[in-house]
Design a protein around this ligand. Structure first.
Ligand code: SF4
Ligand code: SF4
Length: 92
């Protein structure tokens, strides 16, 4: 994706929050240390430990979305592939 398309994500960043589907979350814990805003915590769901995002703390940066091996996290309005592409572009 072209670098010139990055503002499409950042323009909307304040209005976006990520959300975890607890039925898809495996409880691997990969996402928790990656969140710079401590927005991800553990909850108990159907008797299992699952990650949960506090929408009040989440900035919608998309880092956890790209990192989740189970594709359990979504950022409203963006596919996982789009988020991965945006982050890749920001790091180069
Ligand atoms: S990285 Fe994905 S599967 Fe692992 S704890 Fe986080 S949401 Fe769950
Ligand atoms: S999108 Fe960013 S701020 Fe929100 S929970 Fe994921 S890593 Fe944290």
């Amino acid at each position: 994706m072209a670098v010139t398309e990055i503002p499409k994500l950042t323009d909307n960043i304040e209005a976006l929050v990520s959300e975890i589907n607890p039925d898809k979350c495996s409880g691997c814990g990969v996402c928790l240390p990656l969140c710079s805003y401590s927005a991800i915590t553990w909850i108990e769901y159907k008797g299992k430990k699952r990650a949960h995002i506090d929408p009040a703390l989440c900035t919608g940066c998309g880092v956890c979305v790209a990192a989740c091996p189970s594709r359990a996290i979504i950022l409203e309005g963006f596919t996982t592939e789009e988020i991965e592409s945006q982050i890749e572009n920001l790091t180069f």
